[in-house]
Design a protein. Structure first.
Length: 319
């Protein structure tokens, strides 16, 4: 008992599991209450909640893939460009068949993810550098493909832009991702890799294969987000997916996601983080704050959250 008490006392306050669990939830509650007061309750009126949800579907889905990449200690900054290119494919194929359009987006995202995984794993280039490079590469592809005019989807694609369809589509993806991450052993393997690749190899985990497959899976999931984006917007321009990677990163960190992954990752970090980010950004817009001030506030909050949730002892489970 004395040993347990001593080890608990040695754990810094902000690194205790209960504190790391409560802080993001408390932050979400505080932000909701604050903007409810500042907007006189207008932010949480039914029509604004519906609008808030409609703006969250794409971010929620695309965050799943980045969540998995970050869990194993990587970073992915190519999501915005990936979504732009995949959205072009979805819009083009939607003129033939909607199922084919969705599959085209998934395959496109998966191929880009495979490129990221190959250079990260086989060429030993850090995920940060690889995905920054592919971000610029595919942003250029997106700009080139939309040089003359936007790429339009089939004219009746907007009929799918309904609350029941979009909500059901997002929930199904989340349920499948949760079940796979929680009950197939994938989550444990990714956390082990994030905690330490060498130890994971000694534990019998095929680290390189797993990392490549996760990058591919992240791309495929972003392809599904591109399908949602095409339904919502109906066309693609060169700015499609612009700053999406930044939004995902801020959202996940707001949800309590450790920046370097490892054992302290929790699946609910995705939903909690995205909803916190959306309430915060929508509240700032409703208060009619200048864009520059919004960016400043988000940047300060992001920096504070990174300082709190970055795990300086990667992989250690605080007990």
């Amino acid at each position: 008992m004395s040993t347990t008490k001593k080890s608990t006392e040695q754990v810094p306050f902000l690194e205790r599991p209960i504190v790391r669990t409560i802080l993001p939830i408390a932050g979400f509650v505080i932000i909701c209450v604050l903007f409810a007061i500042l907007t006189d309750g207008r932010l949480f009126q039914p029509k604004n909640i519906s609008l808030l949800l409609s703006q969250s579907y794409m971010l929620l889905i695309s965050s799943i893939g980045v969540f998995m990449v970050m869990t194993m200690g990587g970073l992915d900054f190519s999501q915005g460009s990936m979504l732009g290119v995949a959205s072009i494919v979805v819009c083009y194929l939607s003129h033939y068949n909607m199922v084919l359009a969705a599959l085209g987006g998934v395959v496109t995202g998966g191929l880009i993810g495979l490129i990221n995984g190959y250079f990260n794993v086989k060429r030993k280039i850090t995920s940060f550098i690889v995905t920054i490079c592919t971000m610029y590469l595919f942003r250029g592809v997106c700009a080139y493909a939309t040089t003359n005019s936007p790429v339009y989807a089939v004219s009746d694609i907007s009929k799918y832009n309904t609350l029941p369809f979009m909500l059901a589509f997002t929930v199904i993806i989340f349920v499948v991702a949760y079940l796979v991450f929680t009950y197939t052993g994938l989550g444990s393997r990714l956390k082990a890799i994030g905690a330490g690749e060498t130890a994971a190899r000694f534990a019998g985990i095929r680290v390189e294969t797993t990392k490549i497959l996760v990058f591919v899976a992240a791309g495929c999931i972003t392809g599904l987000a591109a399908f949602v984006n095409a339904i919502k917007v109906g066309s693609v321009t060169s700015t499609a997916g612009n700053q999406l990677e930044t939004q995902i990163m801020i959202a996940l960190v707001l949800g309590g996601m450790p920046v370097n992954g490892g054992a302290k990752v929790r699946f609910y970090n995705i939903i909690l983080g995205v909803m916190t980010y959306k309430v915060l950004s929508s509240g700032l817009v409703m208060l009619m704050m200048p864009t520059q001030l919004q960016q400043l506030i988000l940047g300060v909050i992001f920096l504070i959250e990174v300082a709190i949730f970055s795990d300086r002892k990667t992989g250690m489970i605080v007990k």
